[in-house]
Design a binder for this molecule. Structure first.
Ligand code: HDE
Length: 712
């Protein structure tokens, strides 16, 4: 059966959900069976030679169960092993026919199902969600023309300019080979050794040292396709395009100290946050934006559009918002969906094509190759989560775990026995054709000179940061390099920073006890054995802008408190109104509110009403909340005598979070934070909901870090 091209996308139907539905089972009301469908009578006792005798080899039920168990694990992804997925839908705001013929970007009535996987890069599958790391942001669009994958990151640039360096980069950042230390961390010798010899990495390194690398939530980060792609319209005209995902939830980060504590308190912090937000109906949304550059303008910019270590500042080419993605359904089964999903930047639809970005070109080989070893063979496209909506009809045959049963004997093209089927599609029938690009050149192993400005964009990035963001970047460098044992590597990095920004180099140098020095030219470690050195000199191109506000997270705060986590810290004897009114009003605004008390069970208010406690101080930690509110009442006596309660508030203050309270909770706050200034920004002690909510929208009050009052 062939799926009618448009039918499943109309009438609000979700064709992917329907397709997946055919593969799901919940065992409800069913007998327990073997893999062959045989009903099992006893699944708890193996077959033995007598009640106390040895187990018999004959026990095929036992053998099947244990054999299957023995093979439950598949190799984890070599990078991006730790991830979280969700289903959703993409809706187009306006037809993009002027630029692309892709159907899902032309018809605003179509709702395209998507599956998204967010990930960290360096850590193993079971590692923490909150290391300092790039985050993967991979989206599979199940379009009526086949699957389109936008496999991006939460940062708009990459570390290297050529795919051949990727294995080196990944070896350098992964745990060191002799002792497999450290896990999910870049703060070690091999990573910084490599980076200090790789000036092209500096732009991505600046992003990595910024708060972008410790997102507050997967819901609160931007996504980028990084490479320049092409849009191709019906007339065959090409435009260059860069893709952006802009979260409606704002772009927010954690404090570094907080991230390290979360790694111990809740390693699944991001996974849990995404799951619970979707589960509770706070569906995260991102708008899809495009930066479009006409083909004729390819050489108009002081950077090369093919260089993946460069972005196009939004101040130079604005981002046009064209649609919205909503994540509205959690996976039914982590392994079947999130683990087995296979992304590939080469999964294209007509109307979208590649450029010659040498990093992108290398990726096109890697992704199929890695799925073959990870998912066990060439038929991974048949795994339900990877299946396209249009039926697959081709002459690919056999291989491990083949599901499709192809009838007939013509499995080659051209054929006459099968009536010439399956047919090639003409362009008018949706047949894909590659963009015809004229190339007249020597075959050569060399980088273009236009790729050798490694520092103007890192400088622009640093200069565009707020004072708080700059301080975080300085601290991050000092932390990471402080963990490096080999001092010459630290020195090379501090010297490298001098090429980016003198102030930054000096401050980081100061923290490490080093004085930045000018690097010799050429400074790149990517010089071939017979390389002519003159080809490898770095330079700094003059950018037409000095400041790009679009790069700063400080300009991307949310405008509401939806799905933000607020702790109401209380105990028995709390004043009824203060407690119930605040809780209700915060929940009505879409916040995720948890009642935290010294023990589990119920909290009894002053009037004797009882309310369930969500988490006790035995298990809860302030680091997993965005803000804390302390209502007044007799409860304050209990809290004042509880060191965990005092620590809870002090830690929230240390991490610059909004703290709200009733008037009578002031003494409790002063006991928790003796040097607290009640007029400090982000502390509202008048029991005023509006003040507290405004502070939560603000997210953090980073200026508290300048003169910290909470020790460690
Ligand atoms: Fe990937 N990358 N990558 N990468 N990448 C993989 O594919 C690779 C690069 C990205 O949630 C692997 O299925 C090479 C850039 C994401 O399943 C592998 C190069 C960007 C994910 C691979 C790059 C990415 C991957 C590992 C340099 C941002 C996770 C498992 C040429 C634009 C997808 C897998 C998921 C995964 C190779 C560079 C993003 C080995 C060779 C640049 C989000 O194929």
């Amino acid at each position: 059966m062939k799926i009618n091209e448009s039918e499943p996308f109309e009438n609000g139907a979700n064709p992917k959900q329907e397709q997946l539905g055919k593969f799901t089972t919940d065992n409800q009301g069913e007998f327990l069976t073997t893999d062959q469908g045989l009903k099992i009578n006893d699944d708890q006792n193996s077959l033995k030679a007598g009640e106390r005798g040895a187990t018999l080899l004959e026990d095929f039920i036992l053998r099947e169960k244990i054999t299957h168990f023995d093979h439950e694990r598949i190799p984890e992804r070599i990078v991006h092993a730790r991830g979280s997925g969700a289903h959703g839908v993409f809706e187009l705001y306006k037809p993009m026919g002027k630029y692309t013929k892709a159907k899902f970007l032309n018809d605003t009535s179509i709702k395209t199902p998507v599956f998204v996987r967010f990930s960290t890069v360096a850590g193993f599958r079971g590692s923490t969600d909150v290391p300092r790391d790039v985050r993967g942001f991979a989206v599979k669009f199940y379009t009526q023309e086949g699957n389109y994958d936008l496999v991006g990151n939460n940062m708009p640039v990459f570390f290297i300019q050529d795919a051949t360096k990727f294995p080196d980069l990944v070896h350098a950042v992964k745990p060191e080979p002799h002792n497999e230390i450290p896990q999910a961390a870049s703060a070690h010798d091999t990573f910084w050794d490599f980076i200090s010899l790789m000036p092209e990495a500096m732009h991505n390194i600046m992003w990595l040292m910024s708060d972008r690398a410790i997102p507050r939530s997967l819901r609160m980060m931007e996504g980028f396709g990084i490479h320049t792609f092409r849009f191709i319209n019906e007339a065959g005209k090409s435009h260059f395009v860069k893709f952006h995902w802009k979260p409606k939830q704002g772009v927010l980060g954690l404090a570094w100290d907080e991230a390290q504590r979360i790694a111990g308190k809740d390693t699944d912090f991001h996974r849990r946050d995404l799951w619970e937000a979707i589960d509770e109906g706070h569906y995260p949304e991102w708008e899809l934006g495009v930066q479009i550059v006409p083909q004729e303008d390819e050489h108009k910019y002081p950077f090369d559009l093919l260089d993946p270590t460069k972005l196009i500042p939004e101040e130079m080419v604005p981002v046009e918002i064209i649609g919205k993605m909503t994540l509205n359904r959690n996976p039914d089964n982590f392994f079947a969906e999130t683990e087995q999903v296979a992304f590939h930047p080469g999964h294209l639809v007509p109307g979208i094509d590649f450029t010659n970005d040498p990093l992108l070109q290398g990726r096109l080989f890697s992704y199929t190759d890695t799925q073959i070893s990870r998912l066990g063979g060439p038929n991974f496209h048949e795994i339900p989560i990877n299946k396209s909506i249009p039926e697959v009809t081709n002459n690919q045959r056999d291989g491990m775990h083949r599901m499709q049963i192809n009838k007939g004997k013509a499995h080659y093209n051209p054929n006459s026995i099968g009536g010439g089927c399956p047919f090639q599609a003409m362009m008018s029938e949706g047949g894909f054709t590659s963009f015809e690009e004229r190339i007249d050149s020597n075959k050569i192993r060399r980088r273009s000179k236009s790729f050798f400005d490694h520092f103007s964009q890192p400088e622009l990035f640093y200069k565009s940061m707020s004072a708080d963001e700059k301080r975080h970047i300085q601290d991050a460098f000092a932390f990471e390099l402080g963990k490096v044992k080999i001092v010459p590597i630290r020195q090379r990095m501090v010297n490298m920073l001098l090429e980016v920004d003198e102030e930054l180099a000096k401050i980081v140098g100061e923290k490490l006890g080093l004085v930045p020095a000018k690097l010799p030219q050429p400074i790149t470690g990517s010089i071939p054995a017979d390389g002519d050195l003159k080809h490898y000199h770095s330079f700094k191109e003059k950018l037409p802008i000095k400041d790009a506000p679009s790069l700063s997270m400080a300009n991307k705060l949310p405008t509401d408190i939806k799905a933000r986590r607020i702790a109401i810290l209380t105990a028995d004897g709390v004043n009824d109104e203060a407690f119930t009114k605040f809780k209700k009003e915060l929940c009505d605004m879409g916040a995720m509110v948890a009642v935290i008390a010294p023990r589990h069970g119920f909290v009894t208010t002053k009037s004797g009403d009882q309310y369930p406690i969500d988490e006790s101080l035995l298990t809860a930690a302030s680091v997993v909340f965005d803000a804390v509110y302390v209502p007044g009442g007799e409860s304050l006596k209990i809290l004042s005598a509880n060191t965990d309660a005092l620590h809870f508030v002090a830690e929230a203050f240390k991490h610059c979070k909004p703290i709200g309270s009733d008037k009578d909770a002031v003494d409790f706050l002063k006991k928790a934070i003796p040097e607290i200034k009640l007029q400090t920004k982000g502390v509202s002690t008048k029991g005023n909901l509006q003040d507290f909510v405004k502070d939560i929208e603000q997210h953090r009050f980073w200026e508290r870090e300048v003169n910290p009052v909470v020790p460690a």
